[in-house]
Design a protein around this ligand. Structure first.
Ligand SMILES: Cc1cc2nc3c(=O)[nH]c(=O)nc-3n(C[C@H](O)[C@H](O)[C@H](O)COP(=O)(O)OP(=O)(O)OC[C@H]3O[C@@H](n4cnc5c(N)ncnc54)[C@H](O)[C@@H]3O)c2cc1C
Length: 195
């Protein structure tokens, strides 16, 4: 049976001391949006921090899905296969922790975790799901009245270098297909932005 295990604080790559660590890209949230973005960014050889407060997979683990057209498997199987794909990229770190504060002052972005660790990135991706009116987003980027992040199909927010993907972004349809498309597009756009 396939199981989805939580990422450890130091999974895969380097031991990190409590302190500060620098990345090309910080992705907050490892639902389908964050996982897809991590995959595309890692393929572009970026050093990526993928931060997740719970288990990677987000709603794919929690909700019952019809999943994707033509794919009738369970959500956790999809998550498990993406996690397997991510293992091929040594510059990607999965970090288990809750982001408690985000700052975006171009050209440097920071994410503070609940254990006090501070991550520095050259770009930041918001992939926290439909957490409307999350305190994490207040004052960071422009929000709709409902509390979703204002960003177009290119996933760019009101702040250069900050991208919003998946359910957190204002959009007409919150589904797996548009979620994965956001993640992929953001990964490619950020590679261009950082070049
Ligand atoms: C009941 C239900 C049924 C659905 N059925 C279908 C379906 O059949 N087909 C379909 O295509 N779509 C379906 N959807 C929609 C689909 O589930 C979502 O569009 C998709 O899963 C959103 O993915 P996401 O990565 O944007 O968000 P999420 O899956 O919500 O992931 C966000 C992640 O961010 C993490 N996070 C949040 N805050 C922090 C923080 N501060 N620090 C660190 N991590 C954080 C969370 O723990 C979570 O893992 C359904 C949705 C629901 C609610």
């Amino acid at each position: 049976m396939v199981t989805v295990k939580p990422a450890t604080k130091t999974q895969g790559q380097q031991q990190k001391k409590r302190g500060e660590t620098a990345y090309d890209l910080i992705i907050v949230g490892a639902g389908l949006a964050g996982l897809t973005c991590a995959l595309y960014a890692a393929q572009k050889k970026m050093r990526v921090a993928l931060v997740e407060a719970q288990l990677p997979g987000g709603k794919l683990l929690r909700e019952t899905h019809c999943v994707l057209p033509g794919f009738s498997g369970k959500g956790f199987l999809l998550v498990s296969q993406i996690l397997d794909q991510l293992k091929a990229f040594p510059l990607l770190e999965q970090i288990q922790g809750q982001a408690t504060q985000l700052h975006a002052v171009q050209p440097l972005y920071t994410c503070t975790l609940d254990d006090g660790h501070i991550l520095h990135g050259r770009a930041l991706v918001l992939a926290i799901g439909a957490l409307k009116k999350s305190p994490l987003l207040q004052g960071l980027v422009a929000l709709t009245e409902e509390g979703y992040v204002v960003a177009g199909e290119d996933t760019q927010t009101s702040v250069p270098g900050v991208y919003a993907i998946g359910d957190v972004r204002e959009k007409p349809l919150r589904h797996l297909l548009s979620t994965a498309a956001d993640g992929a597009l953001a990964g490619l756009r950020i590679a261009e932005y950082l070049r």
